[in-house]
Structures are given as structure tokens and as C-alpha cells.
Ligand binder design. Sequence first.
Ligand code: OFO
Length: 176
Amino acid sequence: MFGKKIQVELEKQLNRELKSSQLYLSMASWVEHRYGGLDGICNFLYDHSDEERGHMLKLIKYINKRGGYVDFFNKSKYYIVEKISYSSLMDLFHKLFEHEKKISSKINSLVELSLQEKDFFTYNFLQWYVEEQIEEESLIKKILDKIELIGEDKGGLYLFNHDIKNFYNKVEKKTR
Ligand code: OFO
């Protein structure tokens, strides 16, 4: 069993992961609609939406394992993605990078709270999220840097789309 304070904060994080999953999904749909040919970028965003759902699942299982209960019928606690619009691919990745930085700072606060509460199980559990955020921030930053270089140049976007497909295939092979 763990403390109420930690449970409440972990539930908030679970919501953020759910929101992240929906954010990536909404972005994938926007890219597919606006830049149909950029299937590499699109699939990257669709796949990442599933990853975020995985982050949420991990939290649900942990909360329940520690004697808490994630009650999905308490609708007011779970939200869907806020309306957000993009003017370009660059703008989209800019907003995504800001989002990931916000998530990182929330994870840091959770780690801090777990230490204050002397909940070392949760501290240990959160290390996975710390590692994950380092990866996510750097991945999205790399993509953003490339897109900033390319701008709206069609040839550049075409090549980048290929690039992201190859990069992703390699990552998938490594994690299989
Ligand atoms: Fe769950 O890591 Fe991104 O948001």
C-alpha cells in the first residue's frame, strides 16, 4: 500500500500519458491529412501514440499492484486532448518538443515527491520514466532540428521522410 499523495500524483501522470497518446494521435492524423505522402513521419507519430499508451498502462498496473485503484468510471478525472492547431510541420514538432519538456519536469517533480515521502518503491519505479524522458526529449529535438533546417522544402521533406522510416526500422529491429 502506498500514500494517498503519491497515488494522486501518479494518477495525474497517468492522465498526462493518456493525453500524450491522444496528442500524438491527433498530430499523426493532421500530418496524414495535410502531407499524405509523408508516411514515415505519419507512422512515427501513430506508433508513438501507442508508446504513450504503454506508458499509461505501466502506471495503471503499478498503482493497482501497490493497492491503489485506477477507476476509469470516474470520468471527470480523465480527459481528452485539448484543441491545438499547427501552422506547419515545424510548428507541430515545436509544440511536441515543448510538450515533452513539460512531461519531463512533471516526472522530476514526481521523483522529488517519492523521496520526500520516503517511498523508495515508487522512486525505483520512476527511474524507467526518467530514462524514457531523456530519450524522448532528445529524439524530438533531433527531429525538430532537422525540420528547422529543411523548412517547407519539398525535396528535403521527402528525404527526411525516408530518413525517419529507416531510423525507425533500425530501432524496431534492435528492440525486437
Ligand atoms: Fe510518456 O513520454 Fe512522451 O510524453
